[in-house]
Design a protein around this ligand. Structure first.
Ligand SMILES: Cc1ncc(C[n+]2csc(CCOP(=O)(O)OP(=O)(O)O)c2C)c(N)n1
Ligand SMILES: [Mg+2]
Length: 592
């Protein structure tokens, strides 16, 4: 049989180093699926339960490996289901390619079944979106999608009408009006370009940093490969270092000058660092909340980012530097004057130590039946080195940010900018497929678990036997509440918790896991935490832990404004069903 466009597309992806596709079938991609069958084992097709999961897995693959994640979906509904996961990739700058089917060319424009204007649908999420109208286009569309997704850390979509997939593959002619592209990019025998600012810009930045008396650093995901350089610069400048959520895994929290997370779910120490500094050095972060940065004009700013469009975006910077984080910090270092430990550094170190000792006390405050922070505190002690940790959107994010002390070698995947519910089990499963030898964790709220996690767990039950290390722990923060939004309603909106919008139906997560052939356990009392986590970390298969947590444990932001307290009390006074329990927890925390 002659080679089809479907065969060609999959072979080309293979040449680009793609080993795994996350997807779901449909007749819009029949031509690609039959080609997949002819490839035998050369490409691994991971069959999900919902295309949103496929897009999250592609994004999770990108987050954990740095490679392009590839997902595959059918025309119309399949492509539409991908969207949220693709937006997650777009907003957190992850390279993802989506290949989607379309109805046959002759039917397009005919209000045909499952015909959706896919180019228009994908236009906003994708940096590159094209329809393959003739076989000759397939080669450059795949090459460009892969190259653009990787180079621009963005989403690229190629749409294949189903008759094109089944057409005979054709190489472009050596003639006017044809395109001749090639395979290969960074990581495939081509090393990353060395991007560093000019000498003059480095001198100017160093001068600003040398003049600063109280330097604060803020690091994000862009500093992931620059941990040693961040430490060296912080030591040289006697600076404190705060971490944006996506930079949580970059530096261990045991370093005395690391103040932990910044922002609403951040630490008091990071807040003091930002509000007290006279110079800010931001590295690889687009942390969005300006109110947690220094007041405009209070500090001089230096920023390092590989993407020029991210410079001076959150704070007006005097020295905006385009460069690779590690190389730029390395180039700055010899220009920075050493100083000895000073009052500023001592103050930061005290604030960081105080935060952790307060957090330990907060985590151990009694609650009914269990303080969620205690679970995260104890998990932190047990996270093995090299863990892959995916955290869903909800209070799990907050407690993870606050109570988990990062040690070396922890890779974290979180939907940072889109902050969507639902991706954690898919992120963790994609990480595990890429690194079957590393333990993986998904920390998920009960709302998010019911939204997509329960389905993604079926996918896990299908694939876990492939993993050389079977440890895969899903911890469901079961508070029977859309808790994060309940707090937002109270603290930001001044409204009591509305049971009809906030209550999450109870569900037996442990029994469900057992039904899937996995292990299910419940944590109902503080004393259960240690033994259940130990069991999960010694288990021969994935474990789901139903963490029955108190929804009334408040996570106060690092500085509570008068307006927020007024709104919270107004909300409670307006007949909040949990008023007494919330007040009791609040009093306990304030009494610390
Ligand atoms: C797809 C999506 N829908 C709605 C939201 C708004 N939202 C943010 S957190 C949250 C509550 C999450 O509830 P749950 O998963 O139970 O976690 P909890 O906060 O209770 O720990 C909601 C509804 C969102 N971020 N994403
Ligand atoms: Mg919940």
């Amino acid at each position: 049989m002659a080679k089809t466009v479907g065969d060609f597309v999959l072979e080309r992806l293979r040449q680009w180093g793609v080993r795994r596709l996350f997807g779901y079938p449909g007749d819009g991609i029949n031509g690609l699926l039959s080609a997949l069958g002819r490839m035998e084992d050369a490409l691994d097709f991971v069959q999900v339960r919902h295309e949103e999961e496929a897009a999250f897995m592609a994004c999770g693959h990108a987050r954990f490996t740095g490679e392009v994640g590839v997902c595959l979906a059918t025309s119309g509904p399949g492509a539409i289901h991908l969207l949220n996961g693709l937006y997650d990739a777009k907003l957190d700058r992850q390279p993802v390619v989506a290949i989607v089917g379309q109805q046959a060319r002759a039917a397009l424009g005919g209000h045909y079944q499952q015909e959706v204007d896919l180019a228009a649908l994908m236009k906003d999420v994708a940096q590159f979106v094209e329809v393959c109208m003739v076989p000759e286009q397939a080669r450059h569309l795949i090459d460009r999608a892969m190259r653009i997704a990787q180079a621009g850390r963005c989403v690229a979509v190629v749409i294949f009408p189903n008759d094109v997939q089944e057409a005979k593959a054709v190489e472009p002619k050596h003639a006017h009006g044809t395109i001749h592209t090639g395979v290969g990019h960074t990581g495939m025998g081509v090393s990353r370009p060395r991007i560093v600012p000019s000498e003059q810009d480095l001198d100017r930045a160093a001068d600003i940093l040398n003049r600063g008396e109280r330097v604060a650093m803020l690091i994000g995901a862009g500093a992931a490969d620059a941990a040693a350089e961040v430490v060296a610069v912080a030591e040289r400048l006697q600076a404190g270092v705060a971490k944006a959520l996506l930079g949580k895994g970059v530096l261990p929290d045991g370093l005395p000058f690391v103040t932990g997370q910044i922002g609403l779910l951040g630490t008091k120490a990071s807040d003091e660092l930002m509000q007290g500094c006279d110079t800010l050095l931001m590295v690889g972060s687009t942390f969005p909340y300006g109110e947690f940065l220094p007041k405009e004009g209070a500090a001089r700013g230096v920023q390092i980012d590989i993407d020029p469009t991210m410079l001076s975006l959150r704070y007006p910077m005097e020295a905006p530097l385009v460069g690779d984080a590690a190389l730029t910090l390395r180039a700055l270092l010899p220009r920075l004057k050493a100083r000895s430990r000073d009052k500023w550094r001592a103050k930061i170190e005290r604030a960081a130590a105080d935060w952790w000792s307060d957090e330990e006390k907060r985590a151990h405050l009694p609650a009914n039946p269990l303080n969620p922070e205690l679970f995260f505190w104890e998990l932190s002690d047990r996270l093995p080195d090299d863990s892959l940790v995916a955290v869903d959107t909800g209070m799990s994010t907050t407690f993870f940010a606050r109570a988990v002390r990062v040690r070396q070698r922890l890779q974290v995947a979180i939907s940072g900018t889109l902050a969507t519910m639902g991706p954690a089990v898919s992120f963790a499963a994609a990480g595990k497929l890429a690194f079957p030898e590393r333990p993986a964790f998904a920390l998920v709220g009960d709302g998010a678990m019911q939204m997509l996690g329960l389905n993604a767990l079926i996918t896990v039950s299908k694939y876990w036997r492939r993993w050389s290390d079977p440890r895969f722990v899903v911890a469901v923060l079961n508070n029977r509440d859309l808790n994060m939004v309940s707090w937002e309603l109270r603290g930001l909106g001044g409204s009591p918790k509305l049971p009809q919008t906030q209550d999450v139906p109870d569900f037996d997560y442990a029994d469900y896991a057992e039904m899937l052939g996995l292990i299910g356990r419940r944590i109902e009392r503080p004393d259960d935490i240690g033994p259940v986590l130990d069991l999960a970390l010694a288990a021969d298969r994935p474990v789901v832990i139903d963490v029955r947590a108190d929804p009334n444990v408040i996570a106060l932001p690092p500085h509570v404004t008068l307006e927020q307290s007024a709104k919270l009390f107004a909300a409670l006074a307006k007949g909040d069903p949990d008023r007494d329990a919330v007040l009791k927890q609040l009093v306990r925390q304030l009494a610390l």
